[in-house]
Design a binder for this molecule. Sequence first.
Ligand SMILES: Cc1cc2nc3c(=O)[nH]c(=O)nc-3n(C[C@H](O)[C@H](O)[C@H](O)COP(=O)(O)OP(=O)(O)OC[C@H]3O[C@@H](n4cnc5c(N)ncnc54)[C@H](O)[C@@H]3O)c2cc1C
Length: 474
Amino acid sequence: MTPNHTVLIAGGGASGALVATHLLKRSPGTRVIVVEPALSVGRGMAYSTTCPEHLLNVAAGRMSAFEDDPRHFSRWLAARGYTEFTERSFVPRMIYGAYLEWIINEAREDAEFGRFTHLRVRAAGFHERGGRVALELADGRSIEGDRLVLAMGNAAPAPWGGLTPEAAQSGRYFASAWTPGATAPSDPDERVLLIGTGLTAVDAVLALRYNRHRGPIVMVSRRGLLPKVHRLFDCATLPCEPAASVAELLRHMRASAAEANVLHGNWRVAIDGVREQTNDLWESLPLGEQRRFLRHLRAYWDVHRHRMAPEIGAKVKALQDSGALKVRAGRVGQIVRRGEGLSVEATLRGGGASTRIEVGRVINCTGAEGRLSQLPNPLIQSMLRAGAMVEHPLRTGVLVTSDGALISRDGSRSARMYAMGPLRIGTLIESVAMPEIRRQACEVAESVGAPSRSRLGSTRHHREGAVLASTVRR
Ligand SMILES: Cc1cc2nc3c(=O)[nH]c(=O)nc-3n(C[C@H](O)[C@H](O)[C@H](O)COP(=O)(O)OP(=O)(O)OC[C@H]3O[C@@H](n4cnc5c(N)ncnc54)[C@H](O)[C@@H]3O)c2cc1C
C-alpha cells in the first residue's frame, strides 16, 4: 500500500519510538517521520546512559514495551544470552536502551521501504496550514504531515537562581546530571555537591564512583529525603477508595500501608497495589486538591513510589555509613566562584544560620522543569505562541484530553496533535514510567494512524473536548 498519510513525531525517546513502532506494524497506509537530534531512536534521556551502574528501578518482568505481551522484555533478554537476569532482576538501563532500539529497528526493517524516516535535527517551530501540520527544523528545512505527536519527554532542571555569572562560566557548575562531563571530575578527590536527593542524584553518585571519583559527596534537598529501596514481592492489588481531598486520600493510604504491614510485613504493597488506579485517584481530586498534593505531599509520595533497586540501595547505604556520602535537608542559596572551586551558601536543617560549603563542583539534580513557559524548547514556545498548546492549570505539562489530544487556547480539542509521556504530567500524575508510556503509545498510534484505522471523531472525544474547554478558561 502506498502511504498517503504522514505522522510527524517530535522526539525519539522511548515514547516516540513506541508510537512509531505501532504505526509501522499496524497502520500500513501511514508514513512515519521521527524528528530526533540523537544518533538513534529509542533510548531518549533515561536509556542513553553508558554507565552500567545505572539500573532500571523496576524489575525486568514489568518492563515489557508491550502491555499485551508482558514477557516480551524477558524473552528478549534470554534470546540475547543475558542468562544472569531473571524476571526479578533490575537490569542496567543501557541494556534496556538496546532493547528499545532493537524494537524500532525491527519494525522499520519489516515495514515497506520509505515508510520510516529519522531526521537527525531538532524541531524548532510549528504552524498549521490547509488542515496539515508543519514543523520547522533547526537546520532551516520544513516538513508537513497530517498528524503530529509530541514526545519530547523529560526537560532539564530549571536554571539555578542563585548562580553568579562567574560560577556559571567556571566549568564547575553542571546544569544537569546529564551534562557531558558532569560526573567525570578530573580531580578524583574533589568534594561534590548535588542539589537534590532523588533518583537523579543517586544516578549522579553512582556515575561519579564508576568514574573513579573518591572524594566526599554532599546531597542537599529541602526535605533531605532519599528514595526508599525496593523489596521484592509479588504485588497484591489493594484498592483505594477515591477521595475528595488530599487529607482523605492520605488517610486511606496510611490505613492501607498499615494493613499491608500487618498482612505482608511490607508497606510497599500499599503503594504498588494502587499502581493501576493512581491516575483515576488523581483525576477524581479537584484541581485545588491536586495543587495541594503537589505542594505538600509529592516529595513524600515520590520517595515511596519511585524506589531504588536493592543493590543500589546497598551501595548508597555503604557510602553513607563510610561517611563518603552525606544527605542533608536544607536550602541551597547563592553559588559563587572561589579560587579553583565553588562556594555554596546553604542553610542546613538543624545547623542554625546559613553556612558555606566549599566544593569542586556542583551538579543540579533537582529534576525536570515542568513549567512549559520556562522551557528553552523552541517547538514548545512556538506552539504556546500559536495557541495550539496551553500549559496545564497546575503549571506542569500540557493540557490534554484523557486520550492525549492537545487542547488549544480557545478550548477546543485538536484533531491532529497529541502529547505523550512526561508532557502529560498535570493531567495525569503517572505518565513517565513505561507502563503508561507503552499504553499511551498504543492508543496514540491508533488515533493518529491512517484514517481507516483511526478512532478520531468518536462522540466520546467530542463531548470530552467541550468539557475541557471550560478547564482552559479557568
Ligand atoms: C534517569 C531515568 C531513569 C528511569 N528509569 C525508569 C525505569 O527504570 N522504569 C520505568 O518504567 N521508567 C523509568 N524512567 C521513566 C521513563 O521510562 C522515561 O522517562 C521515558 O524514557 C520517557 O521517554 P520519552 O521518550 O517520553 O522522553 P525522553 O527519553 O526524554 O526523550 C525525549 C526525546 O525528545 C527529544 N526532543 C526534545 N525536544 C525536541 C525537539 N524540539 N525536537 C526534536 N526532538 C526533541 C530529545 O532529544 C529526546 O531524545 C526513567 C526516567 C529517567 C529520567
